[in-house]
Design a protein around this ligand. Structure first.
Ligand code: NAI
Length: 468
């Protein structure tokens, strides 16, 4: 170390202040562990808060309000045609991010967590070098790596970086392009594609696989895809991107479907083809931490890496790359460091696509159950039979449960419909509690509420569902 450089000591160093990292830091303080967070961005909160989950949900909420205003004509209420004021939308979105980032800072400061704004790189299994801060080195007893993930880029030969947006660019809401192509019809592509379509862009989705959202069962994604087909210009599946080049102020994209090439011009191209873990720039070679062939850090049930005092959580520690998984892992790692018995062994990790309608699922899907040869019974409750859904004019939903045939234990749940992402929590709790159909069926659900669709799907397993 260079003489005169400032070195700090800490009991627990957390690299990365995203949902995994800051929640771990709060948990550490609550366990009485002296913790330090190093975050390289200007504000804590991670991609999720700055340029992911939170800004995208802010925009999706606006898109939904625009939709609802238009659809209200069926209830006898007519508004003028909703018009997106992009400057005000950006201002609102930025204010939401600022407010929540300030909240995270307060949570950390309130718990006396040391916060360093800088970029950390391991120099050994017990210390990191920090760039961009007065503190040059931090020595630690334990460390949690929570450095998250970055958007995957396409090869330069296919899609030069300067010609495309990633999700962070799209979330800046700098303009509403007239013609927009979205490459990749996964979580980000569909969420942001729906936002821009609602704001007035003509959106074309290009997906390599032969369907959208293939992680969910087709009956779950169908209501969403039906809606997207109306909102977007075109959705191409089984499409192969062949290349892109600048054409005046536009981008000429060449792709092939069924062996036929076509070239079309777009004002903006959003690339959303997945994310990759941020494990390559943090000096892991100076530690004994092992990384697998997909770039994820290898961890055990406590989220301990192969370097026994270093833990890893969140997107760097494997899929699914979801904030709520990172938060739970952070708590498990911290409890372990605090000497408590803990393990990351959830009954399920819910997935939610926050489009409108929302698609949410947890546990096994019907397709997975079939693939695994599980002896299951699948029950469904269509929202057209839900009084609340009818009252809201939102009968485009479906609740599905997958039970073990012999024990009637709940193995998986899928929900598509308004606020499915909120409703899925009941299913997650039921799975954690190892609920059987009767547990859910006899739990009195409020009426009228779309949560009743869960009780009715469970009743269907028992051979009676009052409303179908
Ligand atoms: P994704 O994995 O959800 O979807 C990427 C899609 O791109 C896939 O359908 C894939 O087949 C397609 N693709 C890949 N290469 C392609 C190519 N060359 N041409 C056309 N299509 C191609 O990834 P996405 O949407 O980028 O999101 C990344 C991750 O971020 C998600 O997996 C999720 O973990 C997280 N996320 C979660 C959200 C949520 O919880 N609501 C929202 C946004 C992101």
């Amino acid at each position: 170390m260079v003489v005169g450089e400032f070195t700090q000591d800490t009991d627990l160093l957390i690299i990365g202040g995203g949902p995994g990292g800051y929640v771990a830091a709060c948990a550490a303080a609550d366990h009485g562990i002296r913790a330090t967070v190093i975050e390289k961005a200007d504000v804590p909160g991670g991609v999720c808060l700055r340029e992911g989950c939170i800004p995208s949900k802010t925009l999706l909420n606006i898109a939904k309000i625009m939709d609802e205003a238009e659809e209200a004509t069926q209830f006898g209420i007519t508004f003028g045609k909703p018009k997106a004021d992009i400057d005000k939308i950006r201002e609102w979105k930025n204010s939401v991010v600022k407010k929540l980032a300030g909240g995270v800072k307060q949570l950390l400061a309130g718990r006396k967590v040391e916060y360093i704004n800088g970029s950390a790189r391991f120099e050994s299994s017990t210390s990191v070098r920090v760039e961009g801060s007065d503190v040059a080195h931090v020595k630690f007893k334990h460390c949690i790596i929570a450095t998250g993930s970055s958007a995957k880029l396409l090869p330069e030969s296919l899609m030069p970086r300067e010609l495309c947006w990633d999700a962070a660019d799209a979330l800046k809401v700098s303009e509403i392009p007239k013609r927009m192509m979205v490459i990749g019809g996964g979580y980000i592509g569909l969420e942001l594609g729906q936002v821009y379509a609602k704001f007035g862009s003509e959106v074309t989705v290009l997906e390599a696989l032969d369907g959208l959202l293939l992680g969910a069962d087709p009956d779950m994604s169908r209501p969403l895809i039906n809606k997207l087909k109306k909102q977007m210009k075109t959705i191409h599946t089984s499409a192969v991107l062949k290349g892109a080049k600048k054409s005046g102020s536009a981008v000429a994209v060449t792709y092939s479907i069924g062996g036929t090439d076509r070239t079309e011009e777009y004002d903006r191209v959003l690339v959303s083809v997945g994310r990759r873990p941020n494990t390559d720039q943090i000096g892991l070679e100076k530690t004994k931490v092992s990384v697998n062939d997909r770039g994820f850090i290898e961890v055990d049930a406590q989220r301990r890496t192969t370097d026994k005092r270093i833990f890893a959580i969140g997107d760097v520690a494997g899929e699914p790359m979801l904030a709520h998984k990172a938060m739970r892992e952070g708590k498990v790692a911290v409890a372990t460091i605090a000497g408590k018995a803990a393990a990351f062994d959830p009954a399920c990790i819910p997935a939610v696509v926050y489009t409108d309608p929302e698609v949410a699922w947890c546990g096994v899907t019907e397709a997975e159950a079939k693939k695994k040869g599980l002896n299951v019974k699948v029950t469904k409750f269509p929202w057209s039979a839900s009084g609340r859904a009818v009252a809201m004019g939102r009968t485009d939903g479906l609740t599905k449960m997958i039970f073990d045939q012999a024990t009637q234990r709940l193995l998986g749940v899928g929900i598509v419909g308004a606020h499915a992402g909120d409703l899925i929590s009941e299913a997650v709790l039921a799975m954690e509690m190892a609920a059987v159909a009767e547990d859910i069926a006899v739990s009195i659900h409020p009426h009228p509420a779309t949560s009743e669709t869960l009780a009715e799907a469970a009743e269907a397993m028992l051979g009676f569902a009052s409303h179908v």
